[in-house]
Design a binder for this molecule. Sequence first.
Ligand SMILES: [Zn+2]
Length: 113
Amino acid sequence: MTGAVRDALPEAVSTCPHFEAGEEHYVLGEAELGRSKLACRSCAFRYRPVLMRSLRVALVVGTFLVLLNQSDKLFGAEPLPADFWWRIPLTYCVPFAVATYGALSNARRVPGN
Ligand SMILES: [Zn+2]
């Protein structure tokens, strides 16, 4: 194989240590560019690029939701209620979970389906 041909080929697809052909798996990375990784569910949930993207989505969307739903309490004259402190983290968890679920369900492949 010449160097030019080798350079034109996409990078090899990598797999996680638990990957087994024919089992449910997740295609992570940039599959269209040939830089993808096939991973089991456990490794997919810990895939750092997906987690970082979900975190960014959670920060943006969660902040909007907090401002939308809690602005009267945040900027009001009354002291903040006790339930305020657990409602705020939960508000950020919702977009994080939705973004992660969306990304992983899009990457999920079940052989035979
Ligand atoms: Zn794995």
